[in-house]
Design a protein around this ligand. Structure first.
Ligand code: GLP
Length: 235
């Protein structure tokens, strides 16, 4: 595992975008596993700039997102589908038909989880998976547990995640209580992992990447991946 320390959020974003961009340059038909949250916004901005400057071409890129809230549709501005359109897809030459996010409105959640795992598998899983990290060490929505969930599943969000994510909703009661997320196994299938974390994540970064590997800190499993890069902002 490589840990790259950068000065601040802007530099972290530029470094992460350079790694994602290099992936697209080297393999134009890459499958990118993508993430939401405030951590990747700067990375997406930098990728959009690279597209506008004619460096990155998304025409053959396919994407598969980590997770989605249950019970809100893609038109809802708090949904992760909306986030992806609004922060990246609408501003680059990607074919939206090649972008995938779990369907939080699916009537049969188990069938949707299976469909999404099969889809990721049929795409050969991600060439590069971008990840943020929750304050409790969650990746995607894999919350601390006694085991590492393998495949796509519906998950109950913890109180701390509901509280942390409520900043984007009108109030806490509006935050969905469950989500569909890639499992740790789905994430670990990616050929390369790229986790980005701002300075507010220092304590959990220490625990996850300099501590023991445990499902109580889901991100700690990255220590076992062959090709994991963590880009941290120091300030
Ligand atoms: C959410 C997402 C995660 C993300 C995490 C951290 O719960 N499901 O994928 O990594 O929040 O978000 P932020 O980057 O806003 O701190």
């Amino acid at each position: 595992m490589r840990i790259i320390k950068t000065e601040n959020y802007e530099k972290m974003s530029s470094v992460a975008a350079a790694i994602v961009g290099a992936q697209i340059v080297l393999k134009p038909s890459s499958v990118l596993g993508l993430a939401t949250g405030s951590s990747p916004i700067g990375t997406y901005k930098s990728l959009i700039k690279g597209y506008q400057d004619g460096i990155y071409d998304f025409s053959q890129v396919k994407t598969v997102n980590l997770d989605e809230y249950v019970g809100i549709s893609g038109e809802n501005e708090n949904s992760y589908r909306y986030f992806m359109n609004d922060n990246l897809f609408n501003y680059v030459n990607i074919d939206k038909a090649n972008t995938h996010v779990p369907d939080g409105m699916a009537a049969d959640k188990n069938a949707e989880c299976k469909r999404y795992e099969d889809l990721a598998c049929s795409m050969g899983y991600a060439d590069l998976q971008l990840l943020g990290i929750g304050q409790n060490g969650h990746i995607g929505f894999n919350e601390p547990l006694d085991y590492f969930p393998l495949s796509v599943h519906e998950v109950d969000l913890t109180e701390s995640t509901i509280q942390a994510n409520s900043r984007l909703f009108e109030d806490e009661s509006q935050v969905p209580r469950t989500a569909i997320t890639m499992g740790i196994g789905t994430i670990m299938q990616a050929k390369k992992l790229l986790l980005i974390a701002g300075a507010d994540k220092k304590a959990i970064i220490e625990e996850a990447f300099y501590g023991k590997i445990t499902p109580q800190v889901p991100a700690s499993i990255l220590q076992l991946h062959r090709n994991a890069i963590v880009v941290i902002a120091e300030n």
